[in-house]
Design a protein around this ligand. Structure first.
Ligand code: NDP
Length: 448
């Protein structure tokens, strides 16, 4: 790390004021987690399941990101692993260099992103270092968390909901200069206040998955859960599932949580979840080897849910995709909603449409969240109503190992990554609020 970066870190640790931070020189080069264009074909012919992110995700010294209008340079103190970093490092389903090239063709500012390396990472808890022309809401020294909806709003389509803007991108996945780096570049409309009772790594673990789950279940744009709704949650101790579980409990719904081990089930029970299904113990297999649906298995799954909670789910929180989608449509109640944001096990789904139309069910697609939704979710954390689900934290140098663990489903909750913070546990300002919610904050660590 450079002397200039050392000086910035020291100033942040001392709580330096705006003018001191703004006067510090920025380093010309930074450490960053990158995938390289010259490895774009590294896994050609290898099944995605067998690809290993440790072969393609590297920590290297690269030039400092640029700063333009309405942009902000931040120093991430911590970041987190999201599945999108796994996809990027596996070059699956497409190489993210195709996103950067397309961005590069769009505009002069977009061309800055089209580089032979891609700095990844879509979550951060950070300190503002510099603001570009036009930024009025943030200044050097502000402690922030970042949501990953990267959008200009120059076009009309996004003005009711910025996720509908055709130029909307996911920062650190469809743009360069993501958060797994000493200095990162964001748009000013991605910043939110960092909740004062959290550590850097806890605050960094929230953004992407929490806002995604908020939109799917709570906001006005997707399933709009009501009090008393039964919500079937796949991967309920994972990234998006862990927040879905909390939103359902917090909003007066009844979660039916699916996980794959007794340890994960126990953690959820500790959070107040009554109904948990261990899919490994049950051994569900909703398709045969040729992909033909097994209705007996789906009925067995539906019966289990009815035994637990007395009815079919009003909402199914879907993301495993191919492996579960047919069962999700099958078990959802008449008139209910299947809300989906992903296809981890494969994106070509099959389901029996008779169970959809005859029973008047709806499938809703959902993707990340707009600024207002991300902000509303962040406020619930600031108020101590929703908590991070961090299980482990890795140093930046071990980011590829962390991505590997997520790819292999060897993790639970979120895996944090320390970037500027020296060790876990730093960054807390509001110790009273932390003390009040410590049990809930600590709950997911049991899974480490
Ligand atoms: P995690 O890996 O943290 O959690 C996913 C969980 O799903 C796993 O832990 C596992 O839980 C469960 N799961 C995985 N495969 C299967 C399967 N075949 N059958 C049943 N359950 C399965 O990932 P995230 O929660 O961070 O992300 C989940 C998906 O959502 C990813 O594909 C990601 O890319 C996507 N995503 C999409 C977003 C969007 O905006 N569109 C935003 C965020 C994420 P267990 O083993 O305990 O059952």
């Amino acid at each position: 790390m450079t002397a200039a970066m050392d000086a910035i870190r020291a100033a942040i640790a001392e709580g330096a004021d705006r003018d001191t931070l703004a006067a510090l020189e920025l380093p010309e080069t930074i450490r960053a987690a990158v995938v390289r264009k010259d490895q774009e074909h590294h896994f050609d012919g290898v099944d995605p399941e067998d690809r290993d992110p440790r072969e393609t995700l590297h920590v290297e010294e690269v030039p400092r990101p640029p700063l333009g209008p309405n942009e902000v340079l931040i120093a991430p103190m911590a970041s987190a692993i999201n599945y999108n970093t796994v996809w990027t490092s596996l070059f699956e389903p497409v190489s993210t260099f195709s996103f950067l090239e397309r961005f590069g063709r769009e505009s002069e500012l977009g061309a800055r992103h089209d580089l032979p390396y891609h700095i990844v990472g879509s979550d951060a808890a950070a300190v503002v270092l510099r603001t570009g022309p036009g930024v009025t809401q943030w200044q050097p020294g502000d402690r922030v968390t970042v949501h990953c909806n990267y959008v200009d709003l120059e076009r009309p389509e996004g003005h009711e909901d910025s996720m509908l803007d055709p130029s909307q991108r996911i920062w650190g996945f469809e743009t360069n200069f993501g958060s797994l780096a000493d200095i990162s570049m964001v748009k000013s409309n991605q910043l939110m206040p960092m909740p004062g009772h959290l550590t850097w790594e806890e605050a960094a673990s929230l953004g992407l998955v929490m806002a995604t789950s908020y939109r799917m279940l709570v906001g006005q744009n997707a399933a709009r859960m009501k009090q008393g709704d039964v919500v079937l949650i796949w991967g309920a101790s994972g990234g998006i599932g862990g927040f879905a579980t909390q939103f359902v409990l917090n909003g007066g719904g009844i979660p039916v949580c699916v996980v794959s081990s007794p340890e994960k089930a126990e953690v959820l029970r500790g959070l107040g979840v009554e109904h948990v299904i261990d899919r490994s113990a049950e051994g569900y297999r909703f398709h045969d080897d040729e992909g033909a649906p097994d209705y007996a298995e789906m009925r067995r799954f539906g019966k289990k849910i009815r035994e637990l909670v007395g009815s079919d789910p009003d909402i199914v929180f879907e993301h495993p995709g191919r492996a579960t989608f047919g069962a999700s449509v099958f078990v959802c109640r008449r008139g209910g909603t299947i809300v989906t944001c992903a296809s981890t096990s494969g994106y070509l789904h099959e389901y029996d449409n008779r169970y959809l139309w005859m029973h008047l069910k709806r499938i809703l697609g959902s993707h990340f969240a707009n600024y207002q939704e991300a902000w509303a979710a962040n406020q619930l954390v600031e108020r101590g109503m929703i908590h991070p689900i961090l299980s482990e934290t890795y140093p930046l140098e071990e980011v590829a190992e962390a991505a590997y663990r997520v790819h292999r489903n060897l993790h639970a909750g979120k895996l944090g990554v320390l970037v500027g913070a020296e060790k876990p546990g730093e960054g807390v300002l509001d110790t009273d609020l932390r003390a009040r919610h410590l049990d809930a904050i600590e709950a997911f660590r049991a899974l480490a």
